[in-house]
Design a protein around this ligand. Structure first.
Ligand code: AMP
Length: 281
């Protein structure tokens, strides 16, 4: 496994790989890796001849300065995990390398990027599109892998490659959870022991709510989820929306879509956690 900080050097290696007709897969990450990330890396290794993992805490997608400053950074540990997961190239650029000049591009993907995370984290998806498009131009992967934990992000990336005509196949991978249901996240390490113990309430409530579909209305299911989680004094639901899983349009009735997905953001103390659930009608 090679650890590369420099774009030119990485492009050189990948040009050689491509000459040998090798299929290249990319897993973009911000590091502080856990088994959620590793599941993407393993899938990437299975589907491709060459697996590239980028580790870059992208400043342009943080709308909250404290979140950026406190974001965990564990590159040495990440590289050890990546090596045993079968990664071939770790791309860990500096901020200067990725942004030699400020990125002034402004993207607009319509509803997929303006609702939910787009509304509560202004500029977030623009920053995601900036960094991921740069990574796609640098690596030119055949396949790229994203986790469904960031459900809306996958839709934004799909819209981006369509809009920019980037020839890459976007692969969405299932959410990896702790035994108690909590979705793995790099931010989980910031939970206090008490918060960590309570955080599984989010996944548990989402799962329970699937039992009420389609007998209860969309509005009733939403209220159930929000009220059950907010009943715990440590938790505060920022939003819970049930949307069409392709367009991210909120639905009012189960008949509005064949693919209903509930997307939630909850503050557990001051740690912002996200999760989602697919409903079967
Ligand atoms: P991040 O480092 O948070 O930017 O995440 C990098 C990639 O890993 C994104 O595509 C995430 O959706 C994915 N990811 C993060 N947590 C999980 C998880 N628990 N299960 C599956 N994928 C995940």
């Amino acid at each position: 496994m090679k650890i590369v900080n420099n774009i030119k050097e990485l492009k050189g290696y990948l040009a050689q790989e491509r000459q040998k007709n090798r299929k290249i897969g990319l897993v973009p990450t911000m590091g502080a890796l856990h088994n959620g990330h590793i599941s993407l890396v393993k899938r990437c290794g299975k589907d491709n001849d060459v697996c590239v993992v980028s580790v870059f805490v992208n400043p342009t997608q943080f709308n909250n300065k404290t979140d950026l400053v406190t974001y965990p950074r564990t590159l040495d540990k990440d590289c050890a995990l990546l090596e045993s997961a079968g990664c071939n190239y770790v791309f860990a650029p500096s901020e200067q390398e990725m942004y030699p000049e400020p990125d002034v591009r402004k993207f607009d993907f319509g509803t997929v990027s303006s609702v939910m995370e787009g509304a509560y984290r202004p500029g977030h998806f623009n920053g995601v599109a900036q960094v991921v498009s740069k990574l796609f131009y640098i690596v030119e992967p055949d396949n790229a892998y994203f986790g469904e934990k960031d459900f809306q992000q996958v839709a934004v990336i799909r819209a981006m490659v369509k809009q920019l005509n980037i020839p890459v196949l976007i692969n969405a991978c299932p959410i990896i959870r702790e035994a108690d249901g909590l979705a793995l996240s790099s931010r989980n390490v910031r939970l206090t022991p008490e918060q960590r113990q309570k955080a599984p309430l989010i996944a548990r409530t989402l799962k329970e709510s699937t039992n009420f579909v389609p007998e209860k209305s969309v509005q009733e299911v939403k209220e159930y989820v929000i009220n059950t989680i907010n009943a715990d004094p440590v938790m505060r639901v920022e939003y819970y929306e049930i949307v069409d899983g392709n367009t991210m349009n909120a639905i009012n009735s189960w008949s509005d879509t064949t693919y209903p997905v509930g997307c939630i953001t909850v503050y557990c103390g001051d740690v912002r956690l996200i999760d989602n659930i697919k409903y079967n009608k």
